[in-house]
Design a protein around this ligand. Structure first.
Ligand SMILES: [Fe+2]
Length: 389
């Protein structure tokens, strides 16, 4: 697949930049056209590069190596046959997942209610206490009247043992023994405890798979030494006042179809709180699924909703990889400000009393927009700060 990258380069750095291109060698990336400074800037782009690779992550590594770059625009060269095939595959998977979603029908769930709901972020992208580690991944501890559920397992990006999740659990006085069950929202590396577990369809709380004696609910078939994880794609009752809303599939341009589920908790006298991992399903479909399953009012939503709009949680030289990844759209068609605002309006129509959006897959711009739209209702998701309902 051929990618076209347009980059801005500071004038004074151009000479050094051209020299440095001699060293630009990324395995798996073939430079079709080396970085080439444009005589006149086009839409602020000063430099053009064409490269060929299968994986968008290689493109991102390549972009990272372009040191003097201030901003990068990525597009695909669609005259390439590979690109056309990849786009066609994506478009057909998109249609397939949309029609599968339209056909899915589930009866209402009578889940009773819980008086207590506490959500303790164990892993996420922001902290206040620097003893607690942060990652662009998710793990929350959910405590209700009767259950303690570990919701996703973080990223452990540099593959350590103990992982940031175990480190933070220890610092926060949370023991593995108090967990009744593990709920995995979807099979992405920032939720199953690291990329290395995905190829074997397994998961982990750390760099090593520690002994576990819990129930595990998974959105795709998974295994774990000594356990039999329960493959649970359909909505089901998790315990008193808690249910899974079931998986919703979303086609991904650079990945397999994401099958993501979330949790709904019915808090007595308040209503349903939705707890979401990455939000690949889209807010619209999450809310539609909630309406299909419950009659209770929506009290709130907590977790990742995937709005890398005008930036992302991480960036380098003005380049934010999340903008192009996991959106359910083509990489060069990022989620726009208008789409973000439409989604915020949609959520506002439910009058929620709690909106706590994870910063692990949304930009500061989007978090700001939510904060402005929900005054007195918006809460930050911060590692170690319990959200009590
Ligand atoms: Fe995520």
């Amino acid at each position: 697949m051929r990618y076209l990258i347009l980059t801005s380069v500071k004038n004074e750095d151009i000479e050094a930049y051209i020299k440095s291109t001699n060293n630009l060698k990324i395995p798996g990336v073939e430079l079709i056209q080396s970085p080439h400074i444009l005589y006149q800037s086009v839409d602020e782009a000063r430099c053009i590069t064409i490269l060929e690779t299968e994986y968008i992550t290689k493109v991102l590594m390549f972009c990272q190596s372009l040191k003097p770059v201030e901003s990068i625009t990525l597009t695909a060269l669609i005259e390439s046959q590979d690109a056309l095939e990849k786009i066609e595959k994506f478009e057909s998977e998109k249609k397939k997942t949309e029609s599968e979603y339209q056909k899915a029908e589930y009866p209402k769930l009578d889940i009773r209610s819980t008086n207590k709901l506490e959500i303790l972020p164990l892993v996420d992208w922001r902290n206040e206490n620097t003893d607690l580690q942060t990652e662009v991944g998710v793990s929350y501890l959910i405590r209700t009247d009767e259950s303690t559920i570990l919701f996703d397992l973080g990223f452990n990006m540099v593959d350590t043992h103990p992982s940031p999740l175990l480190n933070n659990m220890e610092k926060l006085g949370v023991s593995v023994d108090e967990i009744h069950s593990i709920f995995i929202t979807h099979q992405h590396s920032d939720h199953v405890g690291g990329g290395k577990w995905i190829k074997d369809n397994t998961f982990s709380l750390s760099g090593e798979q520690i002994p576990l004696d819990v129930k595990v609910y998974t959105p795709v078939k998974m295994t774990y030494p000594g356990l039999e994880p329960i493959y649970s794609p359909n909505p089901f009752i998790l315990g008193k006042g808690m249910a899974s809303i079931g998986t919703i599939s979303t086609a991904m341009f650079n990945d397999d179809i994401a099958k993501e589920m979330g949790i709904a908790v019915n808090v007595a006298g308040k209503g349903i709180v939705l707890i979401i991992g990455c939000g690949h399903q889209s807010l619209r479909r999450i809310l539609e699924r909630y309406k299909m399953l419950f009659d209770e009012p929506l009290y709130g939503i907590v977790g990742g909703l995937h709005y890398p709009v005008e930036g992302g949680p991480v960036g380098f030289y003005g380049y934010y990889p999340h903008i192009h990844l996991g959106t359910g759209k083509l990489p060069w068609d990022p989620i726009s400000v208008d789409e973000l605002m439409e989604n915020i309006d949609l959520l506002r129509s439910f009058n929620p009393e709690l909106v706590a959006i994870s910063p692990h897959d949304s930009s500061p711009f989007s978090l700001n927009a939510f904060q402005k739209a929900f005054p007195g209702v918006f809460k930050e998701v911060i590692v170690g700060n319990t959200i009590s309902i």
